[in-house]
Write a protein that binds this ligand. Structure first.
Ligand SMILES: *[C@@H]1O[C@H](CO)[C@@H](O)[C@H](O)[C@H]1NC(C)=O
Ligand SMILES: *[C@@H]1O[C@H](CO)[C@@H](O)[C@H](O)[C@H]1NC(C)=O
Length: 383
C-alpha cells in the first residue's frame, strides 16, 4: 500500500510537472493557430509556377541555387512564400494553374507573374502584365473551393479538407505591377490619383474571400520599387536628389509609400467591416528597405547590384537571354555567388535575400498587429 501510495505521488508529481511544462508551452504559444493550409494571391514575388504553367516557362538559370531546375519561380531559389510555408510546417504551395505533380492538400497558390490588382486590358500583356489579375485569382479560388469540396467526398488524394478553408491563412502580396504599369504610362501625380480605385479593388477582393469563408489574412504591402536595380540603372546623369542616400529612386519610392499608406488605411477600415476577420498588415516595404540599406552588414555585397541579366546604356537583356551589344554577343548568365547579391534579375530577389526577408517578417517584427505568422488567426489580438 505504501509503495503504491509512493508510486501514486510520484505519478502525481510527474503529471504536475508535465502539466507545468505544457502550460508553459501553451502560454508561450497561446495564440498558435495550427494553420492547416495557405491560399496565396499575388504576382511574381510569390508565383511558384503559375505563370510558367500558363505561358512560356521561365528557363535556366532560374532555380539553380535551390531546386537545380527552373520551377517557375523568378529567383535562383526559394521565394518568401516558400519560407513562410516551411515556417508553418507546410510543404511548398503548388500553383493552381500547374497540372503536373500538383498537390493541393495544404492549399494552393493563385499568384502569377505580372499580376495586377486592377484588371488591365490586353494592350498591357505585351509589357508582361498578367491576365490573371487579383479579381480573376479570387474567381479561381472560388472555383477551386467549390470543385475540391465536391470531389473530396469521392477521392481525397491531393485535395484540401473542406473544413480547412475557414482555418487557412490567406496571404496577399500584390501591387508592384500596378505601380509598374503606372510608371510606364502616367506621371507620378496621375498615378497617385488612380490609387483610390486600385485600393478599392483590393478591398473588394478581400471582401469576396471573406464571403467565401476566409478569416485569417496576412497582407504584404508593396516593396521599395525605386530600389529595384531595373529602376536605378540607365540614369547616367541624374539631377541632385533623384537618388536617395542608398541609391534608390526617390520619386518611385515616394509613390510606393503613398500606395502603402492608402492600403494600410483600407485594411484598418476592413477590420471594422469584416468583423470575424483577423487582418495582419505586413510592412514589406520596411523589411526590404532595411535589408537594402544594411546590405553590407547583412552579408551582401553592393546594395543595388543584380546577379543575372544585362541592363546598361539603354540595353536590356533579361536573365537567361542572349543579345548583341555593339556587335558583341552578350549572354545574360548568373553571377558566381548569388548568395551575396540581393537582386536576382534586377526585379526579383535572390534565394538568400528572400530568406533574410522571410526571417524578419515571420516573427511579427513588421506586422500590425505585431503577431507572428503562426498566430495570424488571432482575432482577439487584432482588435
Ligand atoms: C487599354 O488601356 C489603356 C489605359 O491603360 C488605354 O489607353 C488603351 O486605349 C486601352 N486599349 C484598348 C485596346 O482598349
Ligand atoms: C557602344 O559603343 C559606343 C562607343 O564605344 C558607346 O558610346 C556606347 O555606349 C556603346 N553602347 C552600348 C549599348 O554599350
Amino acid at each position: 500500500m505504501c509503495a503504491s501510495t509512493t508510486k501514486m505521488w510520484f505519478l502525481r508529481i510527474l503529471f504536475a510537472f508535465i502539466l507545468v511544462v505544457r502550460v508553459k508551452g501553451v502560454v508561450k504559444n497561446s495564440q498558435d493557430c495550427n494553420i492547416p493550409a495557405i491560399y496565396n494571391f499575388g504576382d511574381s514575388n510569390s508565383d511558384t509556377g503559375g505563370s510558367s504553367a500558363a505561358f512560356s516557362p521561365a528557363g535556366p538559370p532560374t532555380g539553380e541555387t535551390y531546386f537545380g531546375i527552373p520551377t517557375g519561380r523568378a529567383s535562383d531559389g526559394r521565394l518568401i512564400i516558400d519560407f513562410i510555408a516551411e515556417s508553418l510546417g507546410l510543404p511548398f504551395l503548388s500553383a493552381y494553374l500547374n497540372s503536373i505533380k500538383a498537390n493541393f492538400e495544404y492549399g494552393a497558390n493563385f499568384a502569377t507573374g505580372g499580376a495586377t490588382i486592377r484588371r488591365l486590358n490586353e494592350s498591357w500583356f505585351q509589357h508582361g502584365v498578367s491576365p490573371f489579375s487579383l479579381d480573376v485569382q479570387v474567381e479561381q479560388f472560388d472555383q477551386f473551393k467549390t470543385r475540391t469540396t465536391y470531389f473530396y467526398t469521392q477521392d481525397k488524394s491531393n485535395l484540401p479538407n473542406p473544413d480547412d478553408f475557414s482555418k487557412a491563412l490567406y496571404i496577399i502580396d500584390i501591387g508592384q505591377n500596378d505601380l509598374g504599369a503606372c510608371f510606364r504610362s502616367l506621371t507620378n501625380p496621375q498615378c497617385i490619383a488612380t490609387f483610390p480605385d486600385i485600393i478599392q479593388d483590393f478591398a473588394t477582393a478581400v471582401q469576396k474571400l471573406y464571403d467565401k469563408g476566409a478569416r485569417a489574412f496576412w497582407i504584404h504591402n508593396t516593396g521599395p520599387f525605386g530600389c529595384l536595380p531595373i529602376s536605378t540603372t540607365n540614369h547616367p546623369n541624374p539631377e541632385p536628389g533623384y537618388f536617395d542616400e542608398i541609391g534608390c529612386r526617390k520619386d518611385q519610392n515616394d509613390v510606393a509609400i503613398e500606395f502603402n499608406k492608402q492600403l494600410k488605411d483600407k485594411i484598418i477600415q476592413l477590420r471594422t467591416e469584416l468583423s470575424d476577420a483577423a487582418l495582419t498588415h505586413v510592412d514589406m516595404y520596411a523589411a526590404k528597405h532595411q535589408l537594402i540599406s544594411n546590405a553590407k552588414n547583412q552579408g551582401f555585397e553592393d546594395a543595388l547590384s543584380y546577379c543575372c541579366g544585362y541592363h546598361k546604356n539603354g540595353v536590356d537583356i533579361w536573365c537567361g537571354n542572349t543579345g548583341t551589344v555593339n556587335g558583341t554577343v552578350v549572354s545574360a548568365d548568373s553571377c558566381p555567388d548569388p548568395s551575396k547579391v540581393i537582386s536576382w534579375d534586377a526585379v526579383h530577389y535572390t534565394d538568400a535575400a528572400n530568406y533574410w526577408i522571410a526571417n524578419h517578417i515571420i516573427d511579427g517584427s513588421f506586422s500590425d498587429p505585431p503577431v507572428s505568422i503562426s498566430q495570424a488567426c488571432s482575432k482577439s489580438i487584432n482588435m
